[in-house]
Structures are given as C-alpha cells and as structure tokens.
Design a protein around this ligand. Structure first.
Ligand code: DLZ
Length: 213
C-alpha cells in the first residue's frame, strides 16, 4: 500500500543546475549513526543536482549547539578567501568527503565516491550552507533550550550574512524518529532520508539567491 501522507517536499518547479555552486556542510557529531546517514543523503543529492564534489566543503562540530557559530565563521572565511584570492585553510579542505567515512557508518547502497583527480576546487564564497544535526529529547529541558537556540541562531546567520543556511537539524522525541528521518529506521519502512531534501533545498536556494541579486 502506498504511503497516504500528504507531507513532504514535492519536486522543485524547475530543475536547478548545481554545477556553478560551492556548498558548505557543517554537521554535528552527536548521535552519529543518524548524522552519518543524513550526511550521505545530503551529499548524494547535491551531486545528483550537479554540484561538483570538489566544491562541497564538509566541516564538523561537536554538537548542534555549535552549528550557528560554525556556519557564520565558515561563511565569513569563504568571503575573505574569495576576496584575497589566495590559498587558505579552506582551500586545503576543499574536498572533505572522506569525513563521511569517519562519521558513523550508516548502511549504504550508494556511498559517495572520492573526487576525481585533476579537478579544480572553487574558491568563491559559499552559495549555501547546510547545517546538519540531530537533537534527541532527554528527560530534562536541555532539548528545548538547544532546539530554540540552534533554530534562532541559524536563522540569524542566514539573514545577517545573506547566504542561505539550510536547516538540517532533526528535533526528535525518540531514537526511532531520528533513524526513520535519516532513512535507516528499524521498522518495516526505513523512512525517508531528509538529507536528500536539504541537498535539494541548498541548490534551489543558491540558484534563487544568485538570480535575485
Ligand atoms: C549536550 C547535548 C545533548 C544532551 N544532546 C545533544 C543532542 O541530542 N544532539 C546534539 O547535537 N547535541 C547534543 N548535546 C551537545 C550540545 O549540542 C553541545 O555540543 C554542548 O552543549 C557543548 O556546547
């Protein structure tokens, strides 16, 4: 029987070309089994949309609370790097897809492939940043405070910097809710990997932001 839900992201009205874009992903390491699968779904979707592997920069932070600060720093560093047009720390980390192997290894039929040699990574400012985290409710108010801070922080970063920040933060009540939203559920249906939606959203926002300039 097909899923009767009406929720979810329909395909974009047009097919966006991700090939001109430089996208950063910042992910938390807390709840790493879930994060690993989300990261993989995000990267695979970015590549499917045409984003070049060498133009996907991946950084990690300990927990979701650190995401807004890291996104802001990365966006600023990307702008500085571009205006200096000189090699920098970021240039040396242009292809960090190997980090996916260090994030919790989620079962994968289609793991991201290593970059082709001979390709040149962009040093342009980031066109979009994807913040990935997974907050799981515990027995105290900690969850509510972190969810609130991260949500507001990420919104502030995108409005202050003018660079789209995709909200890739799951705020779930149980482990199973998180696993299902990463496409690795333990029940009959594995669930949908929300990382794919975030990759799609990043390319769409990057394209729109450049059109509207
Ligand atoms: C401390 C904490 C807790 C209890 N739970 C989570 C979580 O479910 N997901 C997550 O991403 N991070 C969690 N953290 C860590 C905080 O986000 C943060 O890293 C620390 O409070 C240090 O600032």
């Amino acid at each position: 029987m097909s899923d009767p839900t009406i929720k979810g992201l329909p395909p974009p009205p047009v097919k966006y070309d991700g090939s001109p874009f430089r996208i950063a992903i910042v992910h938390a390491r807390w709840n790493d089994a879930i994060i690993g699968a989300l990261l993989e779904g995000t990267v695979n979707k970015l590549k499917e949309q045409g984003v070049k592997e060498e133009n996907i920069v991946i950084k990690t932070v300990p927990g979701s609370y650190e995401l807004p600060f890291a996104c802001q720093k990365l966006i600023e560093a990307g702008k500085t790097q571009s205006s200096n047009a000189a090699p920098s720390m970021l240039a040396s980390t242009t292809n960090l897809l190997s980090l996916i192997d260090n994030a919790a290894s989620a079962p994968s039929a289609n793991p991201p492939q290593p970059a082709q040699s001979g390709t040149t990574a962009s040093t342009a400012p980031f066109d979009a940043v994807i913040a990935i985290g997974c907050l799981i409710k515990g027995s105290t108010m900690h969850f509510e405070y972190i969810c609130d801070a991260v949500t507001n922080g990420l919104m502030r970063v995108q409005l202050d910097t003018g660079v789209p920040v995709i909200f890739g933060v799951l705020t779930v009540l149980t482990d199973d809710q998180g696993l299902e939203r990463a496409g690795i559920g333990r029940k009959e249906t594995k669930g949908h990997n929300h990382g794919e939606d975030w990759g799609l959203a990043a390319v769409e926002l990057a394209a729109q932001a450049s059109d509207w300039q």
